[in-house]
Write a protein that binds this ligand. Structure first.
Ligand code: GTP
Ligand code: MG
Length: 135
């Protein structure tokens, strides 16, 4: 079994999609081991998205992710990392398949409803960042 860090981003929270995202996670057969609504501090946001710090959209991305509450969750199950990435769909919602979260609920590349860790290394780093006290 494996763990991944999932976020319902501020656009997903403001569109009322928390329940929808959690339902899809549970329907897939994954389980929640931590779940919290919180507003992200700028330093955590910077660390979370450190791999993008030299991208032209980094400033905008930080503004977006700190713009309102997010739901942060640790999701567990067999192949949880790839499993949730499949539920989320491609980064650009226009390229994301219909039936995926981004394919069904988003149009813009930045405002794409959810985040999911992209590798075991990212998952470990992100879970420590968001839930430092989780065992
Ligand atoms: P995450 O699960 O959120 O990490 O998405 P991802 O792994 O599918 O995409 P990536 O890590 O490449 O990008 C992180 C996030 O930055 C995306 O989910 C978008 O919210 C945002 N993003 C990516 N590309 C662009 C872009 O070209 N412009 C803007 N404004 N935002 C972008
Ligand atoms: Mg990513």
């Amino acid at each position: 079994s494996e763990r991944t860090l999932v976020l319902v981003k501020p656009d997903g929270v403001s569109k009322g999609l928390i329940g929808e995202v959690i339902s899809r996670i549970e329907n897939k057969g994954l389980s929640l081991v931590a779940l919290e609504l919180r507003t992200v501090a700028n330093d955590i946001a910077e660390e979370h998205y450190a791999e993008h710090k030299d991208k032209p959209f980094f400033g905008e991305l930080l503004e977006f992710i700190t713009s309102g509450p997010v739901v942060a969750a640790v999701v567990e199950g067999p192949r949880a990392i790839e499993g949730f990435r499949q539920l989320a769909g491609a980064t650009d919602p226009i390229k994301a398949a219909t039936g995926s979260i981004r394919g069904d609920y988003a149009l813009e590349v930045q405002n794409n409803i959810v985040h999911g860790s992209d590798s075991p290394e990212s998952a470990e780093r992100e879970i420590k960042l968001w839930f430092p006290n989780l065992s």
